[in-house]
Design a protein around this ligand. Structure first.
Ligand code: PMV
Length: 299
């Protein structure tokens, strides 16, 4: 029996722009998905405690298919449990994909490196979703704070992190394709927005190194304005973002594809509770989370 877990993430900067090769910064959070593999006499079986399991199984199925290029897989039971809300911008798909590949790697002694696990995870997301940047799979594998496409680790985030959850599930591929259509119709306008978002990540890298959360928050607010401009915010997310800001967050924005899902606010550590309450009162749900340095790990 082997058991691996991998973390979810929040985007500080760069979702959507990263699909076009611009930079993004993401931070792993201490919500994890766990995958356990045991041997079985009944071929390959997948059991998942995800509420909408059919949505998750494609990731496991495709990850298995990719892994079968490394070893012949038969007679295993894969069982999944998760604390990460599904389809919410917190990287649940990447976490289940990475934990599955890492568990298979151990079970079949295939010696894949972390970089190879992250790359196989990215290929899996690409096949399932049609479009995917390496952000979620890389940060879930490595943990900590990362910048992509550089695939570099940055110093840890040490301020408070609060997540607002609208409870509205979204489809990453649908949101990515809506933004792509807008970009194709108005390239002279949307390309500039993507460049600008990428520049925020470049500036963000310096600010993370200095622990300058006031400036990071300010730029997160600008990033939110641009996400709104490309049509991925919804009224529920705006309500939560505004509530966090009014309550004194350094900054607040959508995390992930938008169209539902979650927002993230950075704040002073002792303001987390107040900000979580304010977000929850505005709409949906909220919770306090912590950045984690730990990527995929054996349980
Ligand atoms: O909502 P999530 O966690 O699937 O993140 C999507 C982020 C995008 O930049 C919109 C797409 C991607 O693959 O990076």
């Amino acid at each position: 029996m082997v058991k691996y877990s991998a973390p979810g993430k929040v985007f500080l900067f760069g979702e959507h722009a990263v699909v076009y090769g611009k930079r993004a910064i993401a931070c792993a959070i201490d919500l994890r998905t766990t995958v356990e593999i045991t041997s079985s006499r009944q071929g390959i079986r997948i059991q998942s405690a995800f509420k909408d399991e059919p949505d998750k199984n494609p990731y496991i199925r495709v990850a298995l298919k990719k892994f079968q290029q490394c070893a012949a897989v038969d007679g295993i039971n894969i069982s999944v449990s998760s604390k990460i809300p599904v389809a919410s911008g917190l990287g649940s798909s990447a976490a289940v994909t990475i934990a599955t590949i890492a568990a298979l790697n151990d079970e079949y002694q295939t010696n894949l490196s972390l970089d190879e696990i992250a790359a196989m995870g990215h290929q899996t997301e690409l096949e399932v979703q049609g479009a995917a940047s390496p952000t979620d799979t890389f940060v879930s594998t490595m943990g900590g704070t990362v910048i992509v496409p550089d695939k570099k680790k940055l110093p840890p985030i040490t301020c408070g992190v609060v997540v607002g959850y609208t409870g509205i599930s979204k489809s990453t591929s649908r949101m990515v394709s809506r933004v792509r259509t807008l970009k194709e119709r108005y390239p002279e306008i949307i390309d500039g927005i993507m460049d600008c978002i990428g520049n925020m990540s470049t500036r963000g890298e310096e600010l993370v190194a200095k622990n300058d959360y006031v400036s990071i928050g300010e730029l997160m607010n600008v990033n939110q304005g641009l996400l709104d401009a490309i049509g991925v915010s919804i009224p529920e997310l705006s309500l939560q973002v505004n509530a966090a800001r009014s309550c004194g967050a350094y900054g607040a924005k959508i995390t992930g594809a938008g169209g539902g899902g979650c927002m993230v606010a950075l704040c002073e550590p002792d303001r987390c509770k107040e900000i979580a309450t304010a977000i929850g009162k505005s709409c949906g749900d909220s919770f306090i989370t912590k950045p984690t340095a730990e990527g995929v790990r054996k349980e």
